[in-house]
Design a protein around this ligand. Structure first.
Ligand SMILES: Nc1nc2c(ncn2[C@@H]2O[C@H](COP(=O)(O)OP(=O)(O)OP(=O)(O)O)[C@@H](O)[C@H]2O)c(=O)[nH]1
Ligand SMILES: [Mg+2]
Length: 363
């Protein structure tokens, strides 16, 4: 069984039922206390794996919840509304028994939490609830949130160090190029120098499209002609980034080639060029996934993970889905963290992924 996120939670859960209702308030105090500790600590958030991302401290995050993370919450509204309605119905018609837990599992599966993950999560909720004689609706929901959040916390966002290279991979149309434009802008806002490598040479339109984004974000772009070798673009971009002392090099890649195997080989080749030519850079490979495709995105992640070692995931189009639940199977089963979430088509429509906010928005 997965341990609860902190000993204080485990301790809280062993309290009597009378204490159970208070635990919710108590949990909030623990979060607040942690926030104060984090914000006054001279150290960055060690163990949370968020160094270097320019993430505000926990206390700032709480103060900024409405603006900074509001977009993820808004984006998840469809998922939350549909889940909340089902949960309300479930609590109304069912006492906490086997039937209740079976239905809870179905509800999670309907939000695209994978079957295995849903089964594990519900089993854990059940064990904790029965073991601690918990019958309170709010308490069970909180327990569920806690367990879901712990799944996301288990795969922390990688620490980022400069100079760095970020290569974005994914099938066609998931939002790679758009994401690169948004992320370029995101780094520029943090006063980092950025270069984009237009390594999707499969279509002329792809090169033009990423050039438009580079222009919008006001960053440099290295590009070749349509049909040229993507690895040659990467080679040139790396040389240029090194010569100029660029902080961040973002590599756009093709989402489709005539044969899937070609695509994978091409990605591996670009991967080798970066490793060989820029060993001093921190190299991150991010898979871009379209959240509206739900469990299908999970299947894509499995394929790409075999070709290149993935450091993280960018989840796009979170604004258009009611099936955000597959994030839990991504993290829980593939152990790849979600780093960014795309929540619209505009340049600012990107947020750093935050487990706590995601779960709050989800259920
Ligand atoms: N609503 C919404 N649309 C998005 C988001 N991210 C990308 N899109 C849209 O998705 C479509 C495809 O985006 P691209 O960036 O071209 O996707 P790609 O992965 O580069 O596609 P290929 O180059 O064909 O492989 C565009 O219409 C984008 O505007 C998002 O977070 N939300
Ligand atoms: Mg593209």
């Amino acid at each position: 069984m997965r341990p609860l996120r902190s000993t204080s939670h485990a301790l809280d859960l062993s309290l009597s039922r009378k204490y159970a209702a208070n635990w919710v308030r108590c949990r909030k105090s623990v979060v607040l206390l942690r926030a104060v500790i984090y914000s006054t600590s001279p150290q960055p958030l060690h163990g949370r794996g968020v160094e270097g991302w320019g993430i505000p401290s926990k206390i700032q995050k709480q103060a900024n919840t409405m603006s900074f993370f509001g977009k993820i919450r808004d984006a998840l509204k469809k998922t939350k509304d549909s889940l909340a309605q089902k949960m309300r119905r479930l609590f109304l018609k069912n006492k906490l028994g086997n039937e209740f837990y079976d239905e809870l599992e179905e509800i999670l599966i309907s939000a695209d939490v994978g079957v295995n993950t849903a089964e594990e999560v519900v089993e854990e909720v059940k064990e904790e609830a029965i073991g601690n004689k918990i019958k309170d609706e709010k308490f069970v929901t909180d327990l569920l949130k806690d367990i879901l959040e712990s799944i996301l916390d288990e795969t922390p966002v990688p620490e980022i160090k400069y100079p760095c290279v970020m290569m974005f991979v994914g099938v066609n149309g998931v939002g790679k190029t758009t994401t690169i434009g948004k992320i370029a802008n995101w780094f520029v806002r943090q006063k980092k120098s950025v270069t984009i490598a237009a390594a999707d040479t499969f279509r002329a339109a792809a090169i033009d499209q990423v050039a438009v984004w580079a222009d919008r974000a006001k960053v440099r772009i290295v590009k070749h002609e349509e049909g040229s070798d993507p690895s040659a673009v990467v080679f040139d971009a790396v040389s240029s980034a090194k010569a100029r002392g660029t902080d961040v090099l973002l590599i756009d890649t093709a989402g489709r080639l005539h044969v899937k195997e070609n695509l994978m080989n091409e990605l591996k080749k670009m991967d080798r060029v970066v490793e060989r030519e820029f060993p001093e850079a921190n190299f991150y490979k991010f898979l871009v996934l379209d959240a509206t495709t739900g469990q299908n995105a999970y299947a894509q992640a499995k394929v790409f993970k075999e070709a290149v070692s993935l450091d993280g995931i960018v989840l796009t189009k979170l604004d258009g889905t009611a099936k955000g639940g597959f994030v839990f199977s991504l993290c829980g089963e593939l152990h790849v963290p979600v780093v960014f979430a795309g929540v619209g088509e505009k340049i600012d429509d990107i947020e750093l992924f935050d487990a706590e906010q995601f779960v709050e928005g989800f259920i």
